[in-house]
Design a protein around this ligand. Structure first.
Ligand SMILES: [Zn+2]
Length: 425
């Protein structure tokens, strides 16, 4: 009964308040100047073909309360929506064909009621995703995609609170279609195993985060996923100039990659060295400087432990199953090859710290370790480089400075050179 009333309220609300907004949005649709401008911007971003296949979501709203919610998305062209449920933690995930999220009033889609958190962004080159973290189990009570007029589509999704047993049954029933892990099947962007060139060494750089997972946000609104990609590109150039190195980036664009995909990429490239690049935040805003992390079952300290926990949760952020990312480090470290690899990782970490010396500001105790899922390849020496902290205003400035970036890249290339020179002996 309560729900009936709510539906009525939603319905009236939809007719009433959003209509003022809808009237405005006619202006912002695909056929309007604003809509064309959005599409032009995407095209001028480089890829005309991608732009034509990308739907633009220009309006999103979330209505409702702790019993039921309604999600409304308006787009300029047709998109696929495939919602599914996930547990641990409770989520409703909507897989979509490639969509550019350009919400003109993003505050209208902020979390409320059953929805505790809401994220949207790209998943892979061809896919996008909306992830809602939920306070309670839900079921989809209605779903619809309507064409309202030429160049205007409205997607509506209604969620209703249910009990846990029913929710778990839903998950069981959807396994045939979605797969337990919630992984998106990626199309056509799988690279074949690379053949290594004789006398060359392969380095994989891993720009942290991407797509729906933005990573940390700086005091001055710098977004970690953008910084890590920009810095990885500079590093790649510096490394290629410094030695017989073939350098690959796990991602060259702003899309999401799971920890597993990052590891698979590294294995496929038969990498000799793996460097994951991050610029996270800390609670203590005065703490700054670079640090190098290596893999270990036991964490060196609380800070490293917390950092590894958040990193390992990045898959959950993007709506993948958490279990793959967690509790997997322990067994691997018993492996003999892994123990050997670990020694090399530690040696490389120390070399970076030595070379950075007084030139690149370092955190106190700059070599730390913890159970990072992304570092667990048993055959590839791997480090996670925190170049600075976006929670510190001075670090944030440095991380954006071309001068600092180039200096850091030169030093890191030197450390890589030392590492391989020593390894051969
Ligand atoms: Zn990070």
């Amino acid at each position: 009964m309560k729900f009936g009333r709510l539906l009525l309220a939603l319905f009236i609300g939809f007719l009433h308040f959003p209509y003022a907004a809808l009237a405005q949005q006619v202006e912002s649709g695909a056929n309007s100047a604003a809509g064309r401008q959005l599409r032009d911007n995407i095209i001028s971003g480089g890829d005309e073909k991608a732009a034509m296949q990308t739907a633009i979501a220009y309006s999103g709203r979330l209505l409702g309360d702790g019993e039921s919610v309604r999600l409304l998305i308006e787009l300029d062209s047709k998109a696929d929506f495939q919602p599914f449920y996930m547990n641990n933690p409770l989520r409703l995930v909507i897989d979509m064909s490639k969509t550019a999220f350009r919400f003109q009033e993003p505050e209208l889609i902020e979390p409320r009621g059953l929805v505790e958190e809401l994220r949207y962004g790209t998943m892979a080159r061809e896919r996008s995703r909306i992830v809602m973290s939920l306070s309670d189990p839900v079921k989809i009570s209605a779903e619809q995609l309507q064409q309202i007029q030429q160049g205007r589509y409205l997607y509506t999704l209604d969620l209703e609170k249910i009990n846990m047993a029913d929710f778990e049954r839903q998950i069981e029933n959807q396994r045939d279609t979605v797969g337990k892990s919630g992984n998106v099947a990626s199309k056509g962007d799988r690279l074949s195993t690379s053949s290594k060139r004789p006398g060359r060494l392969t380095i994989v750089l891993d720009p942290g985060h991407g797509g729906i997972d933005g990573g940390a946000n700086g005091e001055n609104n710098t977004v970690e996923k953008d910084l890590t990609l920009e810095i990885a590109r500079i590093l790649s150039k510096a490394l290629k100039a410094a030695g017989p190195f073939d350098v690959f980036l796990t991602r060259e664009e702003d899309f999401f990659m799971s920890l597993k995909e990052r590891l698979e990429f590294t294995r496929r490239k038969r990498a000799d060295l793996f460097i994951s690049i991050h610029t996270d935040t800390l609670e203590q805003k005065d703490v700054r400087g670079a640090a190098v992390y290596t893999l270990s079952r036991e964490a060196s300290d609380e800070l490293a432990k917390k950092l590894a926990e958040t990193k390992n949760l990045s898959d959950v952020t993007a709506g993948l199953a958490g279990e793959e990312a967690q509790g997997v480090v322990a067994d691997i470290l018993d492996d003999l090859a892994a123990r050997e690899t670990k020694k090399f990782s530690i040696r490389f970490a120390r070399q970076i710290i030595n070379v950075f010396g007084s030139e690149i500001k370092l955190l106190k105790n700059p070599h730390r370790f913890a159970a990072f899922g992304v570092l667990k390849d048993p055959n590839v020496p791997s480090v996670l480089l925190e170049l600075g902290y976006l929670s510190n205003i001075e670090d944030e400035k440095l991380l954006q400075s071309d001068k600092w970036r180039n200096k850091m890249a030169q030093h890191l290339a030197q450390a890589v050179g030392h590492f391989f020179a020593n390894r051969v002996r």
